[in-house]
Design a protein around this ligand. Structure first.
Ligand code: BG6
Length: 497
């Protein structure tokens, strides 16, 4: 890995440079990094897309989005002017080899230059862009390619894309983004597990009753309906972001925080996921689609009433499932995953529920612990929008009761928002850009991880495709279809909200 200080010249070409992700996330992240002195001194950022546009027009677009997406207090005019000077634009059609020749001429890079090609385009163009980069002589030892999700829509298509990219780039130069891995709170899962000694001895089937991972969104699919309708919640959120969270929760301790060590452990978890197919899907997975309702007191349209929506669709906007990790550490422990759009409110959370005490000393003998008011301990890791970690513990309610000890669940509450209130929470892409420049792939998804995740997801998707049933409707602003409650209730558990 290299230090930014050792890099003299670096060029970042963003294909799809006028798109939503580029202008809303990528350019503002680079602005922040540049403002805070994290980027190499001689930096060029080149937006590349099909539309004809000149540098100034591109800077104006970037400026308008920057002002829209960052708070006024973070805007610094001098810093923007410095950054804008590094911004350029070049019309490039991914299918035209001659446009890549023009790009090469424009870049004038040498073998010593760091070149980052960020592909924020439709994934079907990835192979073509890589081949055209090669033809134009732009694939040099220090050229990296960055791939946005989705990498395919199933195992087969992801292999086709990965094969095309791997024919041109070595795996060590391929950075597959899952922006959840750039989030502070997600990285904090590793800090919590491997920077503290108290949890690890309990982190196994002997002590953990079950795990819940929820990523709830209050927004709908409006605005990107066509994309979403081809994808659905399982492909859009679960196959990638949520399985990444699951790997961080379930993996064995890596020997060090290094790309191979960390990713070797993550892929083992993905390969140990119990396959869900056929009947197992019916018994362990629920899919839903939102109908009209109310979110945050405002009326919200149903999925089929969203802007640009089609007349009918079997795409799921909600999925809840129970899965198992068939290995020594986790055998028999249910992992519940739940995600959906237009739910009651936005939050992402991991809950580790520990086992109940074996016996209650607080009630007459023979009374079950739960009947005596005892709740199992829970570790709740809230990832967003608030960042906190709570350990729910049983405590004595103060007082002079004479008929015994009264207990209540009370949180041991660590508010990271409060504790680090002077530290700005960076966009996930800031961390990820810095790592791409430093050549560190630890927080990027390796090919075998993507394929293991697809291979598991395919079992569910194939079953749904063959089934005649439709996703269950749920009202916008609710917590999803009633079957999701039945699913978790089947083993006597309840969703933590
Ligand atoms: C994206 C999905 O990958 O993640 C979106 O395509 C989703 O549908 C988004 O809204 C959620 O990201 P975050 O960072 O807002 O939780």
């Amino acid at each position: 890995m290299i230090e930014i200080g050792d890099i003299d010249t670096c060029s970042i070409v963003i294909f799809g440079g006028t798109g939503d992700l580029a202008t809303r996330m990528l350019l503002p992240s680079l602005y922040y990094l540049d403002r805070d002195g994290y980027l190499p001194a001689r930096l060029r950022v080149i937006g590349a897309a099909r539309h004809p546009m000149d540098d100034d027009a591109y800077r104006q677009t970037a400026y308008a989005k920057l002002r829209e997406y960052i708070p006024d207090s973070e805007y610094d005019d001098a810093a923007w002017m410095r950054f804008a000077d590094k911004l350029e634009y070049l019309p490039v059609d991914a299918n035209k080899a001659e446009d890549f020749q023009a790009l090469a001429k424009h870049l004038r890079i040498t073998r010593q230059c760091e070149l980052i090609c960020y592909l924020s385009t439709a994934p079907k163009l990835y192979g073509m862009i890589c081949r055209n980069l090669k033809k134009a002589g732009l694939v040099l030892p220090k050229t990296r390619v960055v791939l946005e999700k989705p990498i395919g829509h199933d195992l087969k298509s992801s292999r086709t894309i990965n094969d095309a990219v791997s024919a041109i780039f070595a795996e060590s130069n391929i950075f597959r983004i899952d922006h959840y891995l750039g989030k502070e709170t997600v990285q904090n899962i590793l800090a919590l597990r491997f920077g503290n000694s108290i949890f690890e001895p309990l982190w196994n089937r002997a002590n953990v009753d079950h795990v819940q991972i929820t990523v709830a969104e209050s927004v709908g699919a409006g605005g990107r309906w066509s994309y979403y309708n081809e994808s659905g919640a399982l492909r859009d959120m679960l196959q990638n972001h949520m399985l990444q969270l699951l790997t961080l929760i379930a993996m064995e301790p890596p020997r060090e925080f290094d790309p191979d060590a960390v990713r070797n452990e993550k892929v083992k978890v993905l390969r140990s996921l119990r396959e869900l197919k056929g009947r197992d899907v019916r018994d362990n997975a629920v899919r839903g689609q939102y109908a009209a309702g109310e979110v945050g007191g405002e009326p919200a349209p149903g999925y089929l009433q969203e802007e640009d929506a089609g007349a009918d669709s079997r795409t799921e906007t909600f999925v809840a499932l129970r899965t198992y990790i068939d290995n020594w550490r986790w055998a028999g422990v249910p992992f519940y995953l739940r995600t959906g759009k237009r739910l009651a409110h936005r939050y992402s959370e991991v809950l580790i529920q520990f086992r109940q005490v074996p016996f209650s000393i607080f009630a007459s003998s023979g009374v079950q612990p739960e009947k005596a008011g005892l709740q199992p301990n829970k570790l709740v890791i809230r990832l967003q929008p608030e960042e906190n970690i709570k350990l729910l513990m049983m405590n004595k309610v103060p007082g002079l009761r004479q008929d015994g000890i009264e207990l209540r669940e009370v949180p041991l509450n660590l508010s990271l928002t409060e504790e680090f209130k002077r530290t700005r929470r960076r966009f996930a892409y800031e961390r990820l850009f810095l790592d791409i420049i430093r050549h560190d792939t630890t927080l990027f998804v390796r090919r075998d991880e993507v394929e293991a995740a697809w291979s598991w997801a395919d079992g569910i998707l194939d079953t749904w495709k063959r089934s005649s049933s439709k996703p269950e409707p749920y009202a916008a602003g609710s917590w999803g279809p009633s079957s999701a409650f039945a699913l978790i209730g089947g083993l006597g558990h309840t969703w933590h909200e």
